[in-house]
Design a protein around this ligand. Structure first.
Ligand SMILES: NC(=O)c1ccc[n+]([C@@H]2O[C@H](COP(=O)([O-])OP(=O)(O)OC[C@H]3O[C@@H](n4cnc5c(N)ncnc54)[C@H](O)[C@@H]3O)[C@@H](O)[C@H]2O)c1
Length: 390
């Protein structure tokens, strides 16, 4: 059970870049980081527009002298304070992640950054190396990977409940951009611009979420090669895709497929993963995050529920905030991630990295893998949807 008694010496002094008023993802960072009093938001460069960001920061109760026009001034000024920030979350559009994360690591901060981590895997790798060199924690917010039933799925695969893994079926396919909504929606407009979003739209924006679920649940599978086909059904989005399908072959003979789409008309989020083994299958769907479907060949299907005694005994599975039957969801999953980020940060600061070696949270390494996945998909799709070695 997670609650506010986590035993940390003090909340981590924390700042944010981006995530300002009206942003899609800023609030969930703040509410998750502060859920268990593990982070204390004391500084920010929340907005590309300083005045708006300052007004917003003041409305959150942050002292005016710690509201900055940009991240550079924030890192510099905070590093001179005895009570300066120890960690920063970066919730800005994709094109800025690399430079802001790099500057944060160079300023000695722990970093939590949005996905897709960078435009290229070379940049992502550079961040990974810098985080290692500077002994800093670097988390990436693949939001649902703090959800208990995802970790139950991981344990089931690890313990052989499914038998040998044969097929992984992944998707994140919503319908919210079935029309050209970017004409009136700035949050979608940057997502279909190569300059701001990077080399892909849906593959990086949502495909990487589904991809990381598979990496977390079935970490032993290594991709051998993949083939991707991507489309811009709204023509003005080209070369960025609003729909993509990917076929994957793993080195043990297993196969996978991933569908990422923003034009799945009528679809809500439809983020799902099904893992098929030689004895049984499991399936998780983000619209019912408290449940995991467990189907053993020849037996009636079962629905496993969060918070129940029949689940695996594991810190990542048993981190409920309330007993089974009540709903937990995206916000609790994110809060679980933020608790783990804080746990890792305290351990690193005390030079006790060994204590957190079994702690599972999406790290910079997973961010690097996400960027590599995107790169390989583009390489395949833009060469006529051919198989490419991973
Ligand atoms: N993890 C998730 O589930 C999830 C969900 C949505 C978005 N995201 C990611 O979060 C990031 C932000 O997405 P969003 O939808 O919130 O975008 P958004 O356009 O809604 O908001 C971006 C915010 O960043 C601010 N900003 C832009 N450039 C800045 C800069 N240089 N310095 C300071 N502030 C700056 C803007 O003013 C705005 O407040 C993207 O990388 C996106 O892929 C992740």
């Amino acid at each position: 059970m997670y609650n506010e008694e986590l035993g940390f010496s003090a909340p981590i002094r924390w700042g944010m870049v981006g995530g300002g008023r009206g942003s899609q993802i800023g609030y969930i960072h703040r509410s998750s980081a502060r859920r268990d009093n593990v982070f204390n938001l004391v500084a920010g460069a929340f907005d590309i527009n300083f005045e708006r960001g300052k007004e917003f920061g003041k409305s959150l109760g942050i002292a005016e002298d710690r509201l900055y026009p940009n991240y550079k001034e924030m890192f510099e000024a905070e590093s001179k304070r005895a009570d300066g920030i120890q960690a920063v979350s970066i919730a800005t559009p994709n094109s800025t992640h690399y430079e802001i994360s790099k500057a944060a690591l160079e300023a000695g901060l722990h970093v939590i950054c949005e996905k897709p981590l960078t435009f290229t895997s070379v940049e992502a790798k550079e961040l990974e190396e810098l985080a290692t060199k500077n002994n800093r924690v670097f988390g990436v917010t693949y939001g649902y990977t703090g959800a208990q039933m995802i970790h139950q799925a991981r344990k089931m695969v690890e313990n052989g409940d499914l038998g040998e893994i044969r097929v992984i079926n992944m998707q994140f396919a919503h319908g919210f951009h079935s029309e050209e909504v970017e004409l009136n929606d700035p949050g979608t407009k940057w997502r279909v611009s190569t300059a701001v979003a990077g080399p892909t739209y849906v593959l990086g924006d949502i495909g990487t979420h589904a991809f990381f679920l598979s990496e977390l649940i079935v970490p032993q599978l290594k991709i051998d090669r993949l083939l991707c086909s991507r489309q811009s059904f709204i023509k003005s989005r080209a070369p960025l895709e609003d729909n993509a399908v990917v076929l994957l072959e793993y080195d043990n003979g297993a196969v996978g497929n991933l569908w990422a789409s923003a034009v799945n008309a009528g679809g809500m989020h439809q983020q799902k993963i099904r893992v098929v083994g030689s004895k049984a299958s499991i399936e998780w769907w983000d619209e019912h995050p408290n449940q995991l479907k467990y189907e053993i060949q020849g037996e009636p299907a079962r629905i496993l529920d969060r918070g129940m005694g029949y689940l695996y005994e594991d810190d990542h599975v048993n981190c409920d905030r309330i007993g089974g039957g009540h709903a937990e969801g995206l916000f609790e999953s994110w809060a679980n991630l933020y608790v783990r980020f804080a746990t890792a940060m305290h351990a690193y600061d005390a030079n006790e990295q060994d204590k957190v070696k079994d702690l599972i949270y999406p790290s910079v390494k997973d961010g690097v893998e996400g960027v590599k996945f995107i790169e390989k998909c583009v390489e395949s799709a833009d060469n006529g949807s051919v198989w490419v070695k991973y």
